[in-house]
Ligand binder design. Structure first.
Ligand SMILES: Cc1cc2nc3c(=O)[nH]c(=O)nc-3n(C[C@H](O)[C@H](O)[C@H](O)COP(=O)(O)O)c2cc1C
Length: 189
């Protein structure tokens, strides 16, 4: 078990089953810990399946010193994570973003995020890992507007995440982790 930093507080990292989630540890969790955050990771069930299969889930647990959550606890179980000071959802699928905008909390990742949206003083940063087709869904603009109105810091736009048609993005495209980390810094300054 590595030594876990705590100086900045607890960063709740939430990730869903989108491309690039395999780089969550190296792109977000390790740099956040290097900046002094204690990191508590929660995954959607689909992302949990992916990262468990690849061995990343176990590596994240060793690194953070906390269980990685991908399912709700039993009511009789203690809460496995400490209270969170800031949430960052990255990468977030179109599915997870849409459900968050509607207040749907049908998994542990969304339970954290929907509660945080209604909790004053807890910033929520979301990086939607979407393509051009997702963005053309008729409900997408409303979802984004509602999240902005709720105070969510969205990482989006042609400079940080140009939208490509499905299956047409450059194959080894890196996630904009630097922009995500900057948003955490700005939101928690
Ligand atoms: C290999 C693969 C890559 C995917 N990448 C994305 C993606 O980048 N963005 C997205 O919105 N959905 C993507 N999906 C679809 C989501 O995994 C799917 O909608 C899933 O139900 C999302 O569940 P979650 O939001 O609970 O994690 C991908 C699916 C697969 C199999």
């Amino acid at each position: 078990m590595s030594e876990v930093p705590t100086a900045r507080g607890v960063l709740g990292v939430v990730a869903s089953a989108a491309g690039g989630v395999a780089t969550l540890r190296t792109g977000l969790v390790e740099p956040a810990m290097a900046r002094g955050w204690r990191v508590a990771v929660t995954l959607t069930p689909a992302a949990g399946r992916w990262l468990r299969a690849s061995g990343e889930l176990a590596r994240l647990e060793t690194l953070t010193g906390l269980p990685v959550r991908d399912r709700p606890r039993l009511p009789t179980d203690p809460r496995p994570h400490p209270p969170v000071d800031c949430f960052v959802a990255a990468p977030a699928t179109a599915n997870t973003v849409a459900k968050l905008a509607l207040g749907i909390a049908d998994n542990q990742a969304l339970t954290h995020l929907t509660e945080a949206l209604g909790t004053p003083g807890v910033p929520v940063i979301v990086f939607p890992h979407i393509n051009a087709a997702h963005a053309r869904h008729p409900a997408w603009p409303t979802h984004v507007a509602n999240l902005r109105r709720a105070g969510v810091h969205l990482i989006e736009g042609p400079d940080v995440w140009p939208l490509h048609e499905p299956q047409a993005a450059p194959p080894a495209r890196e996630l904009p982790w630097a922009a995500v980390l900057r948003a955490v810094d700005t939101a928690t300054r």
